[in-house]
Ligand binder design. Structure first.
Ligand code: PGA
Length: 251
């Protein structure tokens, strides 16, 4: 039995005031979340503040990105060791916004994944197809390519302590959610692909769904056998709705 994980990806949103209100709101409802692990991924600049705000709440901290380099002359970058220093546990890697807006390819994503593991943190590896790829019947091919790139870089054992998020790009921030059946189909494919390398790792790994998850659709998505929670963007910025999504993971 895999424990669900619900991770809020705040993207480039928030202020000192709004993050305090958001965390307070989530904290107040945490006793209603009985099964899911809960994590929030604020912008880097707010991570230390959020770490203090979540203390003792059971909420975990994650970053939205990390450098693949250890340290040095890389202006504007943030190293995994720094994220770890702040007390974070997770790092989102290969989000489609990083891939499409900032040119991160499979090779760079694989390097970042490796750096996160080397730093002792848990990568949340995002994979997913564009709308035209889905329409061309290429979903599995694209997802397989994205997964295989990382597996061939770190080896399957690198997934012993990792999370995968299936995020169809056409569903991110669009209000168009994959149907539970569409999500399950790809999640099962991902698990099968991992099982081709290692059955135990495939059975254990959490595979999150992301893309317009909200308070209304989370329960049916999370009820799918291979959907182990969600990576939530827009709806993670509203405490009551985020809590409803976290409760959708209740056994
Ligand atoms: P969304 O974003 O929930 O706003 O669609 C999800 C994500 O990008 O992780």
């Amino acid at each position: 039995m895999r424990q669900p994980l619900v991770a809020g990806n705040w993207k480039m949103n928030g202020s000192l005031d709004s993050i305090q209100a958001l965390i307070n709101g989530i904290r107040e409802g945490m006793s209603t979340v009985t099964s899911a692990q809960v994590a929030v991924c604020p912008p880097f600049i707010y991570m230390e503040r959020v770490k203090a705000l979540i203390e003792g709440s059971g909420i975990s901290l994650g970053a939205q990105n990390a450098s693949h380099q250890e340290s040095g002359a890389y202006t504007g970058e943030v190293a995994v060791s720094m994220i770890s220093d702040i007390g974070a546990e997770y790092v989102i890697i290969g989000h489609s916004e990083r891939r499409t807006l900032y040119g991160e390819d499979d090779d760079l994503v694989s390097r970042k994944f490796t750096a996160v593991l080397a730093g002792g943190l848990i990568p949340i590896l995002c994979v997913g197809e564009l709308l035209e790829e889905r329409e061309a019947g290429r979903t599995e091919e694209v997802v397989a390519r994205q997964l295989d790139a990382v597996v061939s870089h770190v080896g399957i054992k690198g997934f012993e302590n990792a999370v995968i998020a299936y995020e169809p790009v056409w569903a991110i921030g669009t209000g168009k959610t994959a149907t539970p059946e569409q999500a399950q189909e790809v999640h099962a494919f991902i698990r099968q692909r991992m099982a081709g390398h290692d059955q135990v790792i495939a059975d254990r790994i959490q595979i999150l769904y992301g893309g317009s998850v909200n308070g209304g659709n989370a329960a049916t998505l999370f009820a799918q056998p291979d959907v182990d929670g969600g990576l939530v963007g827009g709806a993670s910025l509203k405490a009551p709705e985020f809590l409803t999504i976290c409760q959708a993971g209740n056994a």
